[in-house]
Ligand binder design. Structure first.
Ligand code: SAH
Length: 252
């Protein structure tokens, strides 16, 4: 018996990995994060399986369910939104499983920051521009270490993918404007890859007003950085004069 932490992807069931889909379709016992996993994804679980929504459970209750499955020798699919390694609270579950001597593995998923970039049809890195992507959040009930405050991260000029923070979008903008400037592209994607996906393209100066007007309060990804502007430079990778292991450069 083992627990398989499985990425449910951002919403669209076609963005599940082949492995996650196979596991869900043959699953007998599933604990899923009901607040964020799409109903179509949960719908892939057989009717006969035991299904539990972890949004209603605390950690002790989740572990008690896993122990029940262990006693029946049934594998548990622990379904987390996006990729389980990002704000998934899987570390604490893994520590409890270790203490109980229960085996586990992880099946990665497409994260919401990737689905948001796809919705925006953008590259998050830019030739001659940002070569770094920072996945972060603003402090909520979960604190953020001082040296990882948005204002500190902003000094790198990296493209920022900001989770769990759209309800504080005016604080986000205020912390970033001194470093990125009023005009820096700032985008919010609500429910990326869901049928009601909403895309807002704005600037750091304008994003707060537009998010408020759209009434977005949760399940949204905020992306900030010059890389989100229309591409104006071409990379070396595909430059005719640039040769590498797989292609001879044309220097004429
Ligand atoms: N593990 C998840 C993140 C969980 S934290 C992942 O890899 O995507 C929950 C936060 O993720 C939300 O507050 C929101 O910021 C973001 N999020 C999750 N699903 C989303 C979606 N479909 N569209 C936009 N943002 C999403």
């Amino acid at each position: 018996m083992k627990v398989i932490f499985t990425g449910a992807g951002p919403g669209d069931p076609e963005l599940l990995t082949v492995k996650a889909r196979r596991l869900l379709e043959s699953c007998e016992f599933c604990i899923y994060a009901g607040s964020l996993v799409a109903p179509e994804v949960i719908g892939l679980i057989p009717e006969t399986a035991d299904k539990y929504d972890s949004a209603k459970l605390n950690l002790d209750e989740i572990m008690a369910l896993i122990e029940q499955a262990r006693d029946r020798s049934v594998d548990v699919i622990r379904l987390h939104t996006g990729d389980p390694s990002i704000y998934g609270a899987i570390g604490e579950q893994m520590a409890r499983l270790d203490a109980l001597g229960i085996e586990f593995e992880v099946v990665p998923g497409v994260s919401s920051f990737q689905a948001a970039a796809a919705a925006l049809r953008t590259e998050l890195t830019a030739p001659n521009g940002s070569q770094t992507i920072t996945l972060t959040r603003i402090a909520g009930r979960t604190p953020v270490p001082d040296n990882q405050d948005l204002a500190a991260l902003a000094e790198t000029g990296a493209t920022l993918c900001i989770f769990l923070s759209v309800q504080k979008i005016s604080d986000v903008a205020a912390k970033l404007i001194p470093h990125y400037g009023d005009d820096c592209p700032a985008c919010v994607v609500y429910r990326a890859s869901w049928p009601d996906q909403l895309v807002i393209r704005s600037t750091l100066a304008g994003i707060h007003e537009e998010v408020q007007a759209a009434g977005i309060k949760k399940t949204a990804m905020t992306l900030v950085g010059a890389a989100l502007a229309k591409c104006t430079t071409e990379s070396l990778l595909y430059a005719a004069s640039f040769s590498h292991e797989y292609r001879k450069g044309n220097t004429t």
